[in-house]
Design a binder for this molecule. Sequence first.
Ligand SMILES: [Zn+2]
Length: 233
Amino acid sequence: MTPFISYLNDLVSLLYPNLCMACSDHAPAHGEIICLRCQHKLPKTNFHLEKENPFTERFWGRISIENGAALYHFIKGGRVQELIHRLKYLGKREIGIRLGQWYGAQLKQSEQFKAIDLLVPVPLHPRKERLRGYNQSALFAMGMAEAMGKPWMKNALIRKAFTETQTHKSRTERLENVLEVFAVNDSKALQDKHILLVDDVMTTGATLEACGMRILEIPGTKLSMATIAIADF
Ligand SMILES: [Zn+2]
């Protein structure tokens, strides 16, 4: 952000107090991004409280994971969609970090997630990340790692090419399509570690599965997954 833009931002927030990033109706408490009402109303999954849950079930017969959970249910037209939209497309980096801190604090209390050694975000293609200026999943991972008191590693995985439009493909075709584009950047750093793979929204799980397969190819690794939201498909 240039000093001028930053000055303008300060001026705007002085004139118009920040509104909740989820509902745009109420003002959040100082330093928060979401109002108290939304903090209560956002559809938490609480999946992290159960070892087997709808998140982990989506990977049955596909890939072996230790634990899996999503912070929220993704509902079309709902507040969580609004949050994700602002995080991905409107430059609101703080949403990723803050949600990560919240979820990290919850996972820290969970017996199942205590064994995690390292957090690794699903990478964006470098060109896409340059355009956006950041990787939203990395921001979420960073917030989580901070709250969990665990290390995270931004470039443990790399995405090698743009994935072509997948809307009209079957799950198997989609998986093949994604498989070839992820690679491990530093397998020494991941060896013998229990990795928490982090993404923004889980839909079919094809991306998480493709990344997870690369991680499990490294000797001694265990795999868990966490996302901001889980969507139906
Ligand atoms: Zn709100």
